[in-house]
Design a protein around this ligand. Structure first.
Ligand code: ASP
Ligand code: MG
Length: 604
C-alpha cells in the first residue's frame, strides 16, 4: 500500500460534474489499496474573478485582505470535493492550509512554506479517510496566525510540500494538458509529450513550463526527492514523470528555502578562449563551434555579446587540457573573418588559462530582482574581478581567475547562507546517464527586451552597482552578458554590458540607468524591444561536444542572426530578432529531433 498525493487544478474541478469525476478517480485510487491526500485549486477561474472584484473596489488592495479573499476559492472546492466523496460512500474530510499545519513566513500574497506538521493528516489517513486539502494557502508563523497565500499557481507547491512532509510515494499533478511537452504546441504544432524530464531541466524550462508546474514545486520535489507526475485528469494516460536525481533527505525545517539561492557551485578546471571583433552576421558561431565539435572538444560556458559597430565578441570556456586545441581552432578561423582593411580593428583571439567558474543556483531567484546583483556586489567586496557573466533562469555563473576562487566561494556561501558543506555535493557537474537526450525541450520567450549599457568603466563593482539599482526599482533581469572586449575611452578601460528584462520593465530600466549615467560614468543606454530568446535545455548536453554547434548551425541554416548567447551547464539561449523568433524555435526543435507525428490536443 502506498501513499499518494493528488493535486487537481482549477479546470479539473471547474464544475460540479468535474468535481464528481475527480471524486470517482480518487475513489478508484483508494480501491486499489492506496492512502490518498488530495490537494485542490479553486474552481475554474475563481481566483481571477476574486482578483477582479478586489480591483473593482480598490486600485491597490492591501495584500493581507487579498489573502483573506483569494484563500476562500480553495475552501469552496475542498468542501465540495469532500461532499462528493462522501456521496460515493468514501469517508473524507476537508482541511484548510492552517488545519494541516502548513506554516509559512508572514509575507502576504507570496509566502514561502517554512514547515509542515503532518500529524493531523496522518491521523485522518489512519482513520481510513481521504484528506482533501486546500492548496495555495497557509498560516503565518507570527503570533497573529494570519492566513497567507503562496503566490498565483501555488497549489502545486502545497501539494509537493505535503508529499515531502508525508514522505508520499508519489505526487500526481492533474491538469488539462496531457503532461509536459517538448515545446509550446501553439507555436510548434509537432511538439511531443515527454515521458520523463528531470527537475533541473524543468526548472531551466520555467518559461515553457511555469503554467503547467509552479517552479517552486519543482524545487521542493528536487530537494526532497519527491516523485512527481504531471498528467491529464480527463484520461488514464500516464503523463510525464518529473524525476529528481538525488535525495538528500533534508529536514522539513525551512522547507521552502526562505532564501532564493540554494547552492553555490565551483568548477576550477576552466580556461577561456575569446574571439573578438567577429562580423555580425549569421553563421559565425555555427562555424566556430562546428569546428570545435569536430575536434570533440567539450565547451562549457558560451557567451556572445553585442557591440558598437558591426562586430561581436564570442567567448567560451573549455577544460584546461583542451585549451591549446581550442585556441588553435579559433586562430585558424580568425584570418578568414578579417577584411584586411588596415583601418579596422579586426578579429583577434585571446586566451586565458587558470580560470574558475563560480555559480549560484536556485529556483528562488526566478522573478526576484536583486539576486544577481547581490552576487556581483559580494564578489566586488571580496575584491574578485568578474571576467565573464552568463545567466540562465535559475543560475548565475561568473568566470573568475582561479586564484580568486577560495575567496569568492567563501564570500558567496556567507552572503547567501549556504553551508560550505553543501558545496561539495554540487561542486562537480554530474555526468549524465548515457541515455539522457542532449536536448529535452525548447522554449521561446518573446516577452523580453534587450538593454545595452555602453562603455562601462572596467573596475570591480560596476556590474554590482548597475544591477543593484535595477533591483531597487523592482526590475528583474534575465540574461546578463558582459562583453570581452575592452575599449580605451579618455584613458579609462571600458566594457559593454548587455542584459534582458521583460518588455514591461524596459523603459523603467532605461530611465533608472540614464539617471545614474553621469555618476557611474558609463555611456549610452540603449533599448531594443524587438528581440526573442530561444533556448534548448537538456541534462544530456553536459560533457557532450557539439550541442551548441548544432543549435547555432540550425539557426544559421535559416539565415537567422544570433545577437547574444548565454549558457548554463544544461541550457543554451540565443537572442534573435523578434520576427524570427518562431522560425528559430521551430528550426531548433526540429534540429534536435524533438518533433513527432502525434498531434497533442491542448486547450487554447
Ligand atoms: N487558485 C490559485 C491561483 O489561481 C492557486 C492555484 O490554482 O494554484 O493562482
Ligand atoms: Mg497551475
Amino acid at each position: 500500500m502506498s501513499l499518494i498525493v493528488q493535486k487537481y487544478g482549477g479546470t479539473s474541478v471547474g464544475t460540479v460534474e468535474r468535481i464528481q469525476a475527480v471524486a470517482k478517480r480518487v475513489q478508484k485510487t483508494v480501491a486499489q489499496g492506496h492512502s490518498v491526500v488530495v490537494v485542490v485549486s479553486a474552481m475554474g477561474k475563481t481566483t481571477d474573478g476574486l482578483v477582479k472584484l478586489a480591483h473593482d473596489i480598490s486600485a491597490q488592495p492591501s495584500r493581507r485582505e487579498m489573502d483573506m479573499l483569494l484563500s476562500t476559492g480553495e475552501q469552496v472546492s475542498i468542501a465540495l470535493l469532500s461532499m462528493a466523496l462522501q456521496e460515493l460512500g468514501q469517508p473524507a474530510i476537508s482541511l484548510t492550509g492552517a488545519q494541516v499545519g502548513i506554516v509559512t513566513e508572514a509575507e502576504h500574497t507570496r509566502a514561502r512554506i517554512l514547515n509542515i506538521d503532518p500529524e493531523r493528516v496522518e491521523r485522518c489517513l489512519l482513520d481510513g479517510k481521504v484528506v482533501v486539502v486546500a492548496g495555495f494557502q497557509g498560516i503565518s508563523n507570527s503570533t497573529d496566525l494570519e492566513i497567507t497565500t503562496l503566490g498565483r499557481g501555488g497549489s502545486d507547491t502545497s501539494a509537493v510540500a505535503l508529499a515531502a512532509a508525508l514522505r508520499a510515494d508519489v505526487c500526481e499533478i492533474y491538469t488539462d494538458v496531457p503532461g509536459i511537452l517538448t515545446t509550446d504546441p501553439r507555436l510548434v504544432p509537432d511538439a511531443q509529450l515527454m515521458d520523463e524530464i528531470t527537475c533541473d531541466e524543468m526548472l531551466e524550462l520555467a518559461s515553457l513550463g511555469a503554467k503547467v508546474l509552479h517552479p517552486r514545486a519543482v524545487e521542493i520535489a528536487r530537494n526532497y526527492g519527491v516523485m512527481l507526475v504531471v498528467r491529464s485528469s480527463w484520461t488514464d494516460e500516464p503523463g510525464t514523470r518529473v524525476v529528481s536525481p538525488f535525495n538528500e533527505g533534508r529536514s522539513l525545517e525551512g522547507l521552502e528555502i526562505a532564501h532564493p539561492v540554494d547552492a553555490v557551485e565551483l568548477d576550477t578546471n576552466q580556461a577561456k578562449v575569446a574571439l573578438l571583433r567577429v562580423p555580425d552576421h549569421p553563421g559565425i558561431a555555427a562555424r566556430l563551434f562546428g569546428e570545435i565539435a569536430l575536434q570533440d572538444l567539450d565547451v562549457d560556458l558560451v557567451i556572445q555579446s553585442i557591440h558598437e559597430g558591426n562586430t561581436n565578441d564570442i567567448a567560451f570556456t573549455v577544460t584546461q587540457s583542451s585549451l591549446n586545441q581550442a585556441e588553435a581552432v579559433a586562430e585558424a578561423i580568425a584570418p578568414s573573418l578579417r577584411s584586411h582593411d588596415a583601418a579596422l580593428d579586426e578579429a583577434e583571439v585571446m586566451v586565458q588559462a587558470q580560470m574558475a567558474k563560480v555559480s549560484i543556483a536556485g529556483a528562488g531567484m526566478i522573478g526576484r530582482p536583486g539576486v544577481a546583483a547581490q552576487m556581483f556586489t559580494t564578489l566586488a567586496k571580496a575584491g574578485v574581478n568578474i571576467q565573464m557573466i552568463s545567466t540562465s533562469e535559475v543560475k548565475v555563473s561568473c568566470a573568475i581567475a582561479r586564484d580568486d576562487c577560495d575567496r569568492a566561494v567563501e564570500a558567496l556561501c556567507d552572503a547567501f547562507h549556504i553551508a560550505s558543506s553543501t558545496l561539495a555535493s554540487h561542486s562537480s557537474t554530474p555526468v549524465p546517464e548515457a541515455d539522457f537526450p542532449p536536448v529535452r525541450g525548447a522554449a521561446l520567450d518573446r516577452n523580453q527586451a534587450r538593454l545595452a549599457v555602453r562603455s562601462v568603466p572596467d573596475r570591480p563593482g560596476m556590474a554590482a552597482q548597475i544591477f543593484t539599482r535595477l533591483a531597487t526599482h523592482g526590475v528583474s533581469v534575465d540574461m546578463i552578458i558582459q562583453s570581452q572586449r575592452c575599449r580605451l575611452l579618455d584613458g579609462t578601460t571600458t566594457r559593454d554590458i548587455a542584459f534582458t528584462v521583460t518588455q514591461a520593465d524596459a523603459e523603467m530600466a532605461q530611465q533608472v540607468l540614464r539617471a545614474d549615467q553621469a555618476e557611474l560614468g558609463y555611456g549610452e543606454v540603449l533599448v531594443d524591444p524587438a528581440i526573442a530568446k530561444v533556448s534548448v535545455v537538456g541534462m544530456g548536453m553536459v560533457h557532450r561536444p557539439g550541442v551548441a554547434a548544432k543549435m547555432f548551425q540550425a539557426l544559421a541554416k535559416q539565415d537567422i542572426n544570433i545577437q547574444m548567447i548565454a549558457t548554463s551547464e544544461i541550457k543554451i539561449s540565443c537572442l534573435v530578432s523578434e520576427e524570427e523568433g518562431v522560425q528559430a524555435l521551430q528550426a531548433v526543435h526540429a534540429a534536435f529531433g524533438l518533433s513527432g507525428s502525434q498531434r497533442i490536443q491542448v486547450p487554447a
